[in-house]
Structure formats: C-alpha cells, structure tokens
Write a protein that binds this ligand. Structure first.
Ligand code: AMP
Length: 465
C-alpha cells in the first residue's frame, strides 16, 4: 500500500514524499480513507504508530476546499499537554507546506495576543489544550459553532489529567453534525463512555502496541532494595556500563522522585534534564530541546509529562520505579526500539514491585529476563560486570568486559567511542584531575563525575531545573 492509494490530495502526497515517508503506517492506512469519507473514527493507537499523520494528512486534504471565517475555526484538535499541541502544529507545518493553512495554537503558558490576532483573521486548524480553549471561548473571543471536524487526541491521558469535564463542555459548544476523530491508547470504561457520547457510528481502527510489535527492544529487570539511595547507585552503575548508549529516558512514578533523581544525577555530573508537571513552560521546553538536540543525554520524566512526546531514537529506557499500571510500562518502553532500531529497557525492581512486574509480563506476554545483580562496593565497583544490556533473553552468557574505567579514582580511560565534539565539550567541563584519595562511602560518592564516560558528562549549558 502506498500513500497515493488512500485518497489524499496531490499536494499532501508531495509533502509526505518530501518528508521521506515511503509507506503509510497501519493506523494511517486504515484510518485515512475513512476520515476522507467523513466517517467518525475511533483510533486505538499510541504515540510512535504514526497516528498524528493519520489525522493531519486527511484534514489538510479536506481543508483545501472552503475558507475560514473570523473567530470561527473550521477544525479543532484537543491535546492534553502543551508539548503535544506544539508537536501537532509542527506536523501541520511539515505536511501542509504546500498549502496556505492558518493554524493557531491555544495553550497555557503562552501569551494569547498573537493567537487572538490569528483567530480574528480566520483559522483553518485550531490546536488547543482544553482549559485554555474554554478560557477563550468564555471570553467570547472564539466561536466553536463552525467546527466541521473535531479531533480528541490521547483521550486516556485527558482522563488521567482530569480534563474529561472540560472535554464534555467543549462537546456541547461544537455542532452536533461535526465529524469526530477520537484517539486513545487504552480503552478503560470511562473512555468508552466518552467515546460513545462523542462518536456517531464510528469506524474502529486498532493497531498493535509497540511493546508487542517491537521485537527490537531488549527488556531486562534488575533486583534492587527499596532504598532510594541504593536505587540511585544501581542506576548510576547501569548508566556507566550501558552498551550502545546514545541517550535514555528514566521514568519515575512520582514528580517528587523525578526532581530528586534529577538533582542527584546533576550532582554526579550526568548530563540530565527533567520533565514533570510542576515545571513552568519555559523549563519544560528548554529540557525537551536540550534532550532532542543531544545536548542532554538523560531525560528524567514522569508518565504524565512524557506521554505522547515525539522523541526520536532513544537507545535506553530505565524504569527507576516499576509503573503501577502495566499499560504505562508498554508506553515507557515504546520510547526505544522504534522504527526498527534496537533499544534496551531496564527496570529496577524492589521486593514490593514483584506483583506489578508479574502484571506487566501477563499483559505483554513476554517474561522480562533478570540481569545479574550489580557488583557490590558502591560506585567504585567495576561497572562492567553489573550490566549486560545485550542479554539475549537468557540464551547467551554475559562476559565481563573492560569498559575503560579503572577501579582507581581519577584513572579514566575512555574506550567508548565518543563523537569528537562531545568529547571536546565534555573535557572542557570536567573538573581538574585529582590525585587518588580515599572517598567516603556514601550514596553520593563519585559526585565529581571524573569516572563518567564522556557522553554522559553534563555540559554547563544545560539548564538545571
Ligand atoms: P506519532 O505516532 O504521530 O507520534 O508519530 C511517530 C513518528 O513517526 C513521528 O516522528 C513521525 O514523523 C513518524 N512517521 C509518521 N508517519 C510515518 C510514516 N508513514 N513512515 C515513517 N515515519 C512516519
């Protein structure tokens, strides 16, 4: 199946080709013809499946006919977070580059003077988070009675974030006759109820979860004690010895833990940024930009903050905490092993987490192999015996490897290939070499970062949030 068989306009197909996409993904192949024939669609798919293009491409095709009127958007896309909303705008810029579409973004944390001016000129596509949209509409600056097509994206995340009452209010402001596209990664009963309310005779399109589809992810678990010092120390050892490391997302269950771990990793001179709901918009954007550009190698995040974000090619995912919901595990590890690339996920499992792990294994149908426990002796232990991310699900033996870090402090011998520009940047920021001296054995030993591989060292430019 190619893009030209789906009913998309020539201009849209040309933009897709110049984006470098050869074939539609399963969700695109299944959803696009129905969207174009004006059917309501219930799409069960998560990020990484190409679902954004599954609605933006047919929307751009449909918007070629007709014109926008002042303060009356023709289409409305609701997103749970500002980052997701901004990502959808990027999609319209990419796929709509042969069109003259007016796209407006209404999200919290951004001044709405410019957006208001856009609304006055007439908007083809309005992308919004629910709360800010209602603000605008209640002030009379926006009329939703001209909306021909409504997209509700990441509906289950909207539920988690308490947006369902807002969504229901918005549902009363758009015409009854509009077309609705409703996307969700999971289908809990509350989401089923909302879907039944919003959709008229929908076509149901479902694509398999990345966890079951991506056999390119090596999943591992490692036993830890429940003590967070111990967990942080284990994590540091895993990071130092990770194979084929490019970058990693580290997930925590609570935002307080995200902040704590971030602080600790910075103290240990790791190149890390954090993302959680309590950060202001500019810190969130700065963190994401630093991670996307490769300036920061580690992103520490909570599930809510990270859901749906398009962060390409992550080599590693660490679950600092085992997620409470097995679905979240699937979302988390789906951040690696994308598009045929290999990836590794490592889950730290404390004794009380064993039940949660069993639930995950039941959901994915895949046992998560155990890694050998990390070597004892604090951060001075040779990291190379502690992790074997290439574990082939129990088929092979993990040989201890020389990883270029000597047991003795201050004698770092990088053997990991590091791109010259990173090496140079890292060297600049590394503290001066010190003569070996005895260090107190506590959690935060090695805080000078002198043992870190260069790719993990923190460049000074990354904002500590
Ligand atoms: P999404 O699931 O919408 O977050 O998309 C995930 C990633 O897949 C994005 O980086 C898209 O640019 C990319 N993508 C979307 N459609 C295709 C396609 N047909 N072929 C290859 N990559 C795609």
């Amino acid at each position: 199946m190619s893009f030209s068989n789906l009913g998309l306009s020539d201009k849209v197909i040309a933009a897709v080709e110049s984006a470098g996409y050869k074939n539609p993904t399963p969700i695109q192949e299944q959803a696009i013809p129905h969207v174009l024939s004006r059917r309501d669609v219930l799409g069960i798919a998560q990020t990484g499946t190409g679902k954004t293009a599954a609605f933006t491409l047919p929307m751009i095709t449909m918007l070629e006919k007709g014109r926008a009127r002042a303060r009356m958007p023709r289409t409305l896309i609701l997103e749970p977070t500002r980052e997701l909303a901004a990502q959808v705008v990027e999609n319209f810029e990419k796929y709509g580059k042969n069109h003259k579409l007016n796209v407006a973004l209404i999200i919290g944390g951004v001044s709405f003077g410019d957006q208001d001016a856009k609304l006055v000129r007439g908007v083809d596509v309005l992308i919004a988070t629910p709360g800010r949209l209602l603000d605008h509409s209640e002030r009379g600056r926006l009329l939703l009675s001209g909306v021909e097509l409504l997209v509700i994206d990441e509906a289950d995340r909207m539920l988690d974030m308490g947006f369902i009452p807002d969504i229901e209010r918005i549902g009363k402001l758009v015409p009854f006759t509009r077309q609705t596209l409703f996307f969700t990664a999971t289908m809990p009963p509350e989401i089923q109820r909302i879907a039944d309310n919003f959709l008229h005779n929908p076509v149901r399109v479902e694509v398999s979860k990345p966890a079951t589809a991506a056999s390119t992810i090596t999943q591992l678990q490692i036993a830890v004690s429940r003590d967070s010092h111990d967990k942080r120390e284990t994590l540091r050892r895993l990071l130092r010895s990770a194979d084929n490391f490019k970058n990693a997302i580290i997930f925590c269950n609570r935002k307080s833990e995200v902040a704590l771990l971030h602080k600790s990793l910075l103290k240990h001179k790791f190149s890390a940024v954090a993302l959680h709901g309590d950060l202001d918009q500019s810190s969130r954007t700065a963190a994401l930009d630093a991670f996307r550009s490769g300036e920061a190698k580690l992103l520490i995040a909570s599930d809510v903050a990270a859901r749906g974000l398009d962060i390409p090619a992550v080599s590693h995912v660490f679950n600092f905490d085992v997620p409470h919901h097995p679905d979240d595990y699937v979302h988390r590890i789906g951040r690696t092993g994308r598009a045929g690339l290999t990836g590794t996920s490592i889950t730290l499992v404390a004794p009380l987490d064993v039940k949660s792990v069993a639930a995950i294994e039941k959901l994915t149908g895949q046992p998560i192999p155990q890694m050998a426990p990390t070597a004892p002796g604090g951060d001075d232990a040779p990291a190379e015996t502690a992790v074997a991310p290439q574990a082939d699900h129990g088929r092979g033996e993990h040989k201890p490897r020389e990883r270029g870090r000597d047991r003795h402090r201050g004698e770092r011998q990088p053997s990991t290939p590091v791109p010259p520009h990173r090496e140079a940047g890292a060297e600049k920021n590394r503290p001066p070499q010190r003569a070996p001296k005895p260090q107190p054995q506590h959690d935060d030993g090695d805080a000078d970062g002198s043992h870190l591989p260069a790719f993990l060292l923190r460049p000074v430019t990354v904002k500590a949030v």
